[in-house]
Design a protein around this ligand. Sequence first.
Ligand code: MYR
Length: 185
Amino acid sequence: MAPLAPRTGDAVFANVERVNAELFTLTYGAIVRQLLTDLEEVEEVNKQLDQMGYNIGVRLIDEFLAKSNVSRCIDFRETADVIAKVGFKMFLGVTASVTNWDPEGTSCSLVLEDNPLVDFVELPDTCQGLYYCNILSGVIRGALEMVSMKTEVTWVRDMLHGDDACELRVKLLKQVPEEYPYKDD
Ligand code: MYR
């Protein structure tokens, strides 16, 4: 038998990260399953996941801004890139590509070729209307609202419904100008 070799620090961290990611994926699956049991209707589960995501997003933005050192984006295009490349990487461990911009630059798609939330997941026929990852749309909506952007986030493609990737459509509805907290006299 080969002697036991101590693992290098990198190998240990990679393993811990993989286990954390799997635990996260399985925990999320357990939450969705519980919601399906409690709420029964998939539309209600979709709403609840979106609301949970929104509540997370409004809190997560502070951590995101503090950890990422990202400064104010000059426009919505830059914001979308930041979400896809920095935000997704930080909280989901993967990056998305940003595609299908409308001519006004207010609507785009975030495409995830790889989505750890759907690892090990297969939807039964009774869940065909379920947006399993709806928590993500809520997170984005909540986080952006905290930096003065009202958005609508919807699913276009979903690997759990047989698509080749997950695609979220993010539409900027309104950009609320930030108010200066003191009045000039
Ligand atoms: C700004 O212009 O103030 C910067 C705006 C950056 C917004 C980034 C929002 C990050 C949302 C992370 C979503 C992660 C989903 C897993």
